[in-house]
Design a protein around this ligand. Structure first.
Ligand SMILES: CC(C)(COP(=O)(O)OP(=O)(O)OC[C@H]1O[C@@H](n2cnc3c(N)ncnc32)[C@H](O)[C@@H]1OP(=O)(O)O)[C@@H](O)C(=O)NCCC(=O)NCCS
Length: 252
């Protein structure tokens, strides 16, 4: 039996990853959390294990080539630390991102870092932070996991697609989601195009449900946008995998 203490290092995590993958293949849950007394630490550890496992089992590209050479360049998701929150807030409040999201207070992010129903990740590539991701509903009895937030510093170079594929893999393979869903402002054409091209189906619109920043001179109280609800079901994701549509996407 493997006993895990608070002083676990990355090498040990990498040794854990194959055990976890093997137990998943055998249909058993490898519950790291129950070995660790500190729940917050345990959830961070679990997320680290998921990452280690994901990297070790780097998927095959759409053309069937191994992507392991590319993988070291690919983004990875690591648990957000409280010391990352200044970065998170700065990305969220960047004028290039702000129109598309409703920024949170620091305390809301702290809650998402600590609360087990959430997963809060930093997107890193080649050791540099490039954004963050929040999942919610990770403990949902309905296995309905929400992509609560995906915000990057680098836009239009394929990073969003790469992150989304990692997140789908995490939601369906690791968190055993039945449904992976999100909402997105109707004005956010880039994100809409990305989600649609990654298999998310529009499920409905919450009409005029968010107030958006008005161009100067307009009445801010009168400018509304709709939220588009989009979702992907487990069987739809598996069908995409079978068609080779869930390989590693490139960054240009
Ligand atoms: C939305 C976001 C995560 C997408 O990530 P990204 O790295 O910029 O997107 P990608 O480069 O992977 O592009 C994905 C697709 O979007 C589409 N796209 C890119 N730029 C676009 C634009 N300006 N207008 C419309 N569609 C666009 C393209 O279809 C592209 O795929 P393709 O180039 O392979 O055909 C990122 O731009 C971001 O952080 N935006 C600000 C915050 C935000 O909107 N978050 C999402 C809230 S729901």
């Amino acid at each position: 039996m493997l006993l895990i203490g608070q002083v676990i290092d990355r090498g040990t995590l990498l040794k854990i990853a194959p055990l976890r993958a093997m137990s998943v293949r055998q249909g058993k849950v490898f519950d790291v959390v129950r070995f660790v007394p500190d729940r917050h630490f345990a959830n961070q550890l679990l997320a680290e294990v998921l990452i280690a496992d994901t990297r070790q089992h780097a998927p095959i590209s759409r053309r069937g080539h191994s992507t392991s050479g590319f993988w070291s360049m690919a983004p990875h998701l690591r648990p957000t630390m409280l010391s990352d929150l200044a970065f998170v807030l700065s990305v969220e409040n960047d004028p290039a991102n702000r129109p598309y999201i409703t920024p949170w207070e620091r305390t809301q992010h702290e809650g998402a870092v600590r609360f087990p129903d959430f997963r809060h990740f930093i997107v890193e590539r080649e050791g540099e932070r490039d954004g963050f991701v929040i999942l919610q509903g990770c403990r949902s009895p309905h296995r309905s996991v929400e992509l609560k937030r995906l915000v990057l510093q680098t836009h239009g170079r394929g990073l969003g697609r790469q992150c989304l594929r990692l997140l789908k893999q995490m939601a369906f393979r690791d968190l055993h989601a039945h449904r992976f869903w999100l909402d997105v402002k109707a004005q956010n054409t880039r994100a809409l195009a990305l989600y649609a091209s990654e298999g998310f189906l529009e499920e409905g619109r919450l009409r005029e449900s968010v107030r958006v920043t008005a161009p100067s001179g307009e009445d801010p109280a009168g400018v509304w946008d709709s939220l588009v609800v989009m979702g992907l079901l487990d069987r739809e994701y598996q069908a995409r995998r079978a068609q080779g549509l869930e390989g590693v996407a490139g960054v240009v």
